[in-house]
Design a protein around this ligand. Structure first.
Ligand SMILES: Nc1ncnc2c1ncn2[C@@H]1O[C@H](COP(=O)(O)OP(=O)(O)OP(=O)(O)O)[C@@H](O)[C@H]1O
Ligand SMILES: [Mg+2]
Length: 258
């Protein structure tokens, strides 16, 4: 495996300015505070933390949807603030929980639409779309309206959508939220398969078993600060108190930091 860093985050800070009321002063929320992190090419990387920790903010910055307040982010040596057009060709993202696909369209029409949006040429799309539909087990329902689909089917369609431009990095924000055990297993199979074929995956999740199952490296953020990073085994070794699992380590990290 190529061992270089595909993502380098240096001193990343993101501050949101919220208006608390019509006449009230603006309140500043530091969603990310001086975070530095490296993600190796070809890995499945997990970003963990409590609700509001700053995970989605990180994903949005890495996917060029949100600008940093300060600091520096390189994706494959390209800068998120300057080279976003180039970066967008190489990446894709999936936000869990039924967002991001058109429910009044069929899976086929969704994929044609997003394929065109990513400027994938028609010849490639004609080959790629049936392959993707098969890969996510939706070929047989490709002509049905998405509005009647289950959460698991929609999540699998999101994955097909996320692969429409053959990205080298796929970002997934809570990809298995609200899914049943069998649907989760299918999604995990897809993620592993993609990774086996060389795609770097960066995901956020609240499910620590999912992290143990999938991720070779993790980072834990708490209230915008990076508080731990390493392989799941390293983190367990260093922080687990009761039991020998990531959940125990995670809880002691978060409790120790608050
Ligand atoms: N667009 C925004 N405007 C103002 N504040 C925001 C915005 N987006 C996020 N925040 C704030 O930034 C902080 C981090 O939010 P973020 O969504 O990154 O957390 P998260 O780790 O993804 O949480 P969750 O697990 O609940 O998804 C929170 O305090 C949140 O309220
Ligand atoms: Mg989030």
């Amino acid at each position: 495996m190529d061992n270089t860093n595909i993502i380098t985050i240096t001193d990343l800070t993101r501050i949101f300015k919220n208006k608390t009321g019509w006449f009230s002063p603006t309140e500043e929320v530091t969603a990310l505070n001086n975070v530095s992190l490296k993600i190796k090419r070809g890995t499945i990387f997990g970003l963990l933390g409590q609700n509001g920790a700053g995970k989605s903010t990180t994903i949005k910055i890495l996917t060029t949807l949100l600008l940093p307040t300060s600091g520096n982010v390189l994706i494959d040596d390209l800068d998120v603030t300057k080279d976003y057009k180039e970066i967008r060709k190489k990446i894709n993202f999936i936000f869990g929980g039924e967002q991001g696909v058109y429910k009044r369209l069929t899976p086929l029409d969704n994929l044609i639409y997003f394929g065109n949006l990513y400027k994938v040429n028609t010849h490639t799309l004609k080959k790629r779309i049936p392959e993707l539909l098969n890969q996510v087990d939706l070929y047989d329902v490709k002509d049905r309206l998405v509005e009647n689909f289950s959460k698991g089917m929609i999540e699998r369609l999101q994955i097909a959508k996320g692969l429409i431009n053959s990205p080298s990095i796929l970002f997934m924000d809570e990809p298995t939220i609200g899914l049943d055990a069998l649907s989760v297993r299918k999604i995990h199979g897809l993620i592993k398969n993609l990774n086996d074929h060389g795609t770097t995956i960066v995901l956020t999740t609240h499910y620590l078993k999912e992290v143990e199952e999938l991720c070779s490296s993790v980072a834990i953020i708490n209230k915008g600060n990076l508080v731990a990073k390493g392989t799941p085994d390293e983190i367990i070794e260093k922080y687990a108190t009761k039991g020998n699992d990531l959940e125990s380590a995670y809880i002691s990290i978060i409790k120790g930091d608050s």
